[in-house]
Design a protein around this ligand. Structure first.
Ligand code: WAQ
Ligand code: MG
Length: 257
């Protein structure tokens, strides 16, 4: 779903529906109608996907580090990244890119930077668009459980659910060493570092309020990396986040959504 007002982007969302297709469509329309402005255009496009192409992965566990300034946050994020094996040079390069705007002219990208976690070299073919993660969603069970869990912690927000889905898909691929992200939205300053090793680590005050630069960096182990396959997984491979990933992968036809 994509909604616009006067041709300006208002909101967007993507879902994978297994059995509950007729329920998902009204949810997308409701979501479009509940953004801060009323859209004058809502576009919903639907693609059929082959059920046998869907894989299942577990959600990353979630924790939050409270930091008091962007310097403090950078210190905390660097520590987690270093612990995931990212070199100091790559960490520094990623912070520089995301704080100055990763696309040319200091603009934001639509997608993510792919960076060699050892050398800091950028590997994404299109350096202004980046790699856009798509085709990821929660199973109905996992969505409900995570909403309850995040609400109990007082951090439930659609933005957190969306970011956790992206991070779980990205770290679900073994070539990913870690991800670093903060929003390009000037009034959302909490970012995260995510990996299989660290889980999804939210870090507050990752940037200063009012700053409209942000982005995502996927750090990879470039040894044995097939870049085309990696990008295909991120952009095209349907992945459902499930609380029972091993079971569901083995019996995809028993999925209830
Ligand atoms: N795939 C790859 N990169 C993306 C995608 C995507 N689907 N969507 C956005 N990006 C890149 C793009 O460069 C954006 O400029 C940047 O990420 C930030 O996107 O738990 O809202 O949607 O409280 O603004 C973190 C939540 C929120 C932390 C991040 O990012 C928390 C967020 P935004
Ligand atoms: Mg944004």
């Amino acid at each position: 779903m994509r909604s616009t007002l006067n041709d300006c982007h208002l909101s967007g969302a993507e879902r994978i529906a297994v059995n509950e297709f007729s329920m998902v469509l009204p949810e997308l329309v409701m979501q479009a109608l509940s953004s801060c402005d009323v859209p004058d255009r809502i576009v919903i496009s639907v693609d059929k996907i082959d059920p046998s192409s869907v894989t299942y992965t577990a959600p990353l566990r979630v924790r939050t580090i409270e930091s008091s300034s962007s310097e403090d946050a950078a210190g905390a994020a660097s520590e987690v990244l270093r612990d995931c094996g990212i070199s100091p040079a790559a960490v520094e390069k990623a912070f520089h890119l995301l704080s100055t705007g990763p696309a040319s002219g200091g603009r934001n990208m639509r997608g993510a930077v792919i960076m060699d976690g050892a050398t800091g070299e950028r590997m994404e073919p299109d350096k202004s668009r980046g790699v856009r993660v798509s085709r990821v969603d929660y199973t109905a069970d996992a969505r409900q459980t995570l909403i309850t869990m995040l609400s109990k912690q007082g951090i439930f927000h659609r933005r957190v659910m969306d970011a956790l889905a992206i991070a779980s898909k990205v770290s679900g691929r073994s070539e990913t060493a870690a991800e670093l992200c903060w929003s390009d939205d000037p009034d959302y300053t909490t970012g995260y570092v995510a990996s299989q090793k660290s889980g999804y680590v939210r870090i507050t005050n990752m940037k200063k309020l009012g700053d409209s630069v942000g982005g995502r960096v996927f750090f990879v182990n470039s040894k044995n990396l097939n870049l085309d396959e990696y990008i295909f997984y991120m952009e095209k491979k349907p992945v459902l986040i499930s609380l029972r990933p091993a079971f569901m992968e083995f019996h995809p036809s028993t999925s209830s959504g």
